[in-house]
Write a protein that binds this ligand. Structure first.
Ligand SMILES: Nc1ncnc2c1ncn2[C@@H]1O[C@H](COP(=O)(O)OP(=O)(O)OP(=O)(O)O)[C@@H](O)[C@H]1O
Ligand SMILES: [Mg+2]
Length: 334
């Protein structure tokens, strides 16, 4: 028997983002431009998920690989400052910390250049070194795995099966496949979904996986493979699909100034609302509210507490739905 805890195990890509803005035109070779701002952020799907959990007061462990360089030190310092649990993040000697340089245009557009660095070392042996810790969590969120070339869908399938056997919930958001959605990746991912409880792609990723032009056709094809299919549609909202249910909700009308990590924050909001026992429509609303709050912030981000999300929902949705604390875990939202 495993010793169940309320923690969420995040297994995936932790990296540094360098947000540079505004970049409306790239310098030609040998030219130099001065821009307003460059900020270093703890990032990656695992990183944004971790920050979102921290805002909600959700305890986590994170399994990932970083390098023993200055960027790795920045991640560790940020973790210490925010009291994040980075004890299962492995620092690989002689490796670079994975970095994404995100050039943000005045219109919010993003052009990204990334290095793989220590993520090239993140195989299943790294995950298994932390198996005891992972096994002590109620849920495991495997994220950004297409960006971890040694953590393929077939390996993940085997581990997800182990996790399900010990009654853990398995959530999965592998992100966009930079290697081009080849037949093998698609086939192995579809196989993997059979042992996933919650699959959370965005609409474009789902279409690529199913080899369909429209996300609705793709959803019909993939529905019922994973227990729950949760589709993110940016400013168009989100959708919940199972073998027998189809629920669509619109996004909240907000001024989106920075949508980096929106999907990762949404994922965590969905998992949090689910563990609080909310029905699917309210999970989508809670997750959408969390993402909306984060993407409309300027300057230093603050990840919302459950009460802040509910207060947003009371303003936007109103009614009795968000008026009282909900869920079996405690009598208040925080
Ligand atoms: N412009 C927006 N206005 C309102 N809500 C938004 C906006 N963009 C994103 N969201 C919310 O965030 C959710 C997730 O966003 P999105 O669909 O962009 O995920 P994603 O493509 O996985 O993002 P990521 O770049 O983090 O991987 C959406 O379903 C929506 O609820
Ligand atoms: Mg995403």
């Amino acid at each position: 028997m495993r010793n169940a805890s309320n923690r969420l195990a995040i297994v995936g890509n932790l990296n540094v983002d360098l947000w540079v803005s505004p970049v409306n035109r790239f310098p030609k070779p040998d030219e130099e431009h001065i821009v307003d701002s460059a900020r270093v952020e703890l990032a990656g799907t695992a990183g944004y998920a971790l920050l979102a959990c921290n805002g909600l007061g959700l305890e986590t462990i994170t399994v990932s690989t970083i390098g023993d360089d200055a960027f790795g030190q920045i991640l560790l310092n940020t973790g210490e400052r925010l009291n994040l649990s980075l004890g299962s993040v492995e620092v690989m000697t002689g490796q670079e910390t994975p970095l994404s340089i995100v050039f943000i245009g005045s219109d919010g557009s993003r052009s990204i250049v990334s290095t793989l660095g220590a993520h090239a070392d993140m195989g299943m042996e790294v995950v298994l070194r932390h198996d005891d810790e992972i096994a002590s969590c109620d849920e495991m969120f495997i994220c950004g795995s297409y960006l971890l070339p040694r953590l393929g869908p077939a390996d993940i399938r085997e581990y997800a099966q182990t996790a399900q056997r010990r009654r853990q919930i398995v959530a999965f958001d592998p992100s966009w496949d930079p290697s081009g959605w080849g037949d093998r990746v698609r086939r192995e991912t579809l196989d993997l979904l059979e042992v996933v409880d919650i699959y959370m792609p965005n609409a474009q990723e789902l279409s690529q996986l199913a080899g369909r032009d429209g996300w609705r056709d793709a959803a019909r094809e993939v529905a019922g493979l994973a227990g729950e299919l949760v589709i993110k549609r940016g400013a168009a909202g989100a959708c919940y699909v199972t073998a027998s249910e189809w629920i669509e909700v619109p996004a909240f009308a907000i001024d989106a100034v920075n949508t980096i990590g929106a999907g990762d924050v949404f994922d965590v909001g969905y998992l949090y609302a689910r563990r609080r026992g909310l029905p699917p429509r309210q999970r989508l609303e809670f997750a959408g509210a969390m993402a909306a709050i984060v993407v409309s912030q300027t300057g230093q981000r603050e990840y919302p507490s459950p009460n802040a999300v509910c207060s947003f929902l009371r303003d936007r949705v109103g009614g009795d739905e968000w008026g009282e604390p909900v869920g079996p875990e405690s009598q208040t939202w925080d």
